[in-house]
Write a protein that binds this ligand. Structure first.
Ligand SMILES: Nc1ncnc2c1ncn2[C@@H]1O[C@H](COP(=O)(O)OP(=O)(O)OP(=O)(O)O)[C@@H](O)[C@H]1O
Ligand SMILES: [Mg+2]
Length: 471
């Protein structure tokens, strides 16, 4: 498990170096030795040590300067200081500079080993602590997934069933539907809940670095790889690795991931040795994965590997009743943060929220409520505290006609409907006016007239190059 359980000895006396090595290696500790503080710093940069033993008196940079520098650069790295002239003053100085312990020559091997053991224990504690930090905060439990519509009930039931298994799970859903929340709750409902949970956002890391982030790299494997680095698959060993936005992964890395999924083995970038870990994989994407496969951007074999269990999260607009439920949930949450107890949402506000299309799903709703809470001057959210959804509606896809006309006059609503319909038809026909007008059942002339009236000409980019007889 601890491949890097190594200790560094810095001493300019050869005899001392060798006797330290003999004592320590007899107890199974791996030892590297260097002759100077300068070499010591280079060695620490290049390798992971759980502790350093240094002589106080060194040629060049002194042991104390070395101690100060290591303490500054690697505050968690324990250093044991050895000196021939033990005085209380020096001891205090060493401890203050950051040495964890202090030994005066001559010393018994047992004294040395005792001190080394203490450092090893401390190192383990730090590592455990990091593991603890890596654990998910609260707020990613099954109960945190709010929603009473049938599909969400089924989703929670599914998580309860497959969570505790070792199955690889692919989570699909539009942006903001709660995929990250779901991944966290799966980890929480698994037997690995006490172990590390690592989330890797494949879209946030440049493609060239993603492989090394995932599988780690050996020192010197590429420019900038000054130190060996363990990848996230190793960090997640024993626990869960959540590959978010997996649809953004390059095809070449997909091949390596596939191999990893098949037998749990991988090779660090620039390495030759095959490594093996025990990691449960969860993956998510908001892309239409079948589309991505058809476009040749996602490997079908990888899809099948990931797709042992598939969870589909439905968009918010299709979740009957959940908009209000979630809105009230976020309202009380944000209200609590501001020490404010809000009145239940008025039916007018509820109606406005429910008529919106929510392209950004739960995230958009959450932001909307957060904004409303900030803008509200009393303990009531008024319609004016909500964004103008009509503006956003216009940003939506051209061919989407399920618009809300809430708040528009009849004239406005008709114009909006007409505009949407014409735009959609133009989009479907590559802005060819003749074809679009045919589909709409009006003359080409009438279409042009309406477009001018609706101010659609320029904004829509409709071209008039298709004039059959060049008007
Ligand atoms: N069912 C839910 N109950 C409570 N909060 C939710 C729910 N679904 C989503 N949220 C909240 O909405 C926000 C967005 O969710 P999340 O980040 O999980 O979405 P996502 O699907 O990963 O989005 P993206 O594809 O953009 O990464 C988060 O603050 C999350 O806590
Ligand atoms: Mg996400």
């Amino acid at each position: 498990m601890n491949r890097n359980y190594k200790l560094l000895v810095v001493d300019d006396e050869r005899n001392m170096r060798e006797s330290l090595r003999t004592v320590l290696e007899s107890r199974g500790t791996l030892v590297d030795t260097v002759e100077s503080a300068e070499e010591g710093l280079t060695a620490i940069e290049a390798s992971d040590y759980f502790m350093v033993i240094t002589d106080a008196r060194l040629e060049g940079m002194s042991g104390y300067e070395f101690l100060r520098e290591t303490h500054e650069r690697w505050p968690d790295l324990p250093v044991l200081m050895i000196t021939a002239y033990a005085t209380p003053k020096l001891a205090v100085e060493a401890i203050q500079t950051g040495a964890i312990d202090y030994l005066s020559k001559p010393f018994e091997p047992e004294e040395l080993l005792h001190s080394v053991n203490r450092c090893a224990e401390r190192h383990q504690l730090i590592q455990q602590n990091e593991k603890l930090k890596a654990r998910l905060p609260f707020g990613y439990q099954l109960d945190d997934i709010i929603g009473n519509c049938q599909s969400l009930k089924e989703l929670r039931e599914m998580i309860r069933t497959v969570g505790p298994t070792e199955a690889t799970i692919l989570i699909l859903g539009e942006s903001g539907t709660g995929k990250e929340l779901i991944a966290g709750s799966i980890h929480h409902s698994s037997h690995r809940r006490e172990e590390t949970y690592v989330r890797l956002n494949c879209a946030a890391i440049p493609e060239t670095l993603l492989e090394s982030e995932l599988f780690g790299h050996e020192k010197g494997s590429f420019t900038g790889a000054v130190k060996q680095k363990t990848g996230q698959v190793e960090e997640a060993n024993g626990g869960t690795l959540f590959l978010d936005e997996i649809g953004e992964m390059s095809r070449s890395l997909q091949a390596k991931l596939l191999r990893f999924l098949e037998d749990g083995t991988f090779v660090r970038v620039g390495g030759t040795e095959e490594q093996r870990v025990d990691v449960r994989i969860l993956a998510a994407t908001n892309r239409d994965i079948i589309d991505a496969i058809e476009a040749g951007e996602f490997r079908e074999d990888l899809y099948h590997r990931l797709n042992v269990v598939q969870l589909r999260v439905v968009p918010l607009r299709e979740r009957q009743g959940d908009v209000t439920l979630l809105a009230e949930h976020f309202l009380s949450g944000f209200g609590r943060k501001m020490n404010k107890l809000f009145q239940p949402l008025s039916s007018e506000v509820q109606h406005m929220l429910n008529s919106h299309h929510w392209p950004g799903n739960v995230r958009e709703l959450r932001n909307t409520i957060e904004r409303g809470v900030i803008l509200a001057t009393s303990d009531v959210i008024h319609p004016v505290n909500l964004p103008d959804f009509r503006l956003e509606t216009r940003l939506r896809k051209e061919d989407d006609l399920s618009v809300s006309y809430e708040g528009l006059t009849l004239e406005e609503a008709l114009a909006s409907f007409e505009r949407d319909m014409i735009r959609a038809e133009l989009a479907r026909n590559n802005s060819n006016l003749s074809k679009a007008s045919q589909k709409l059942g009006i003359s080409r002339h009438a279409l042009r007239y309406r477009m001018t009236r609706l101010q659609l000409t320029s904004e829509n980019g409709a071209n008039d190059e298709d004039k059959p007889n060049g008007e």
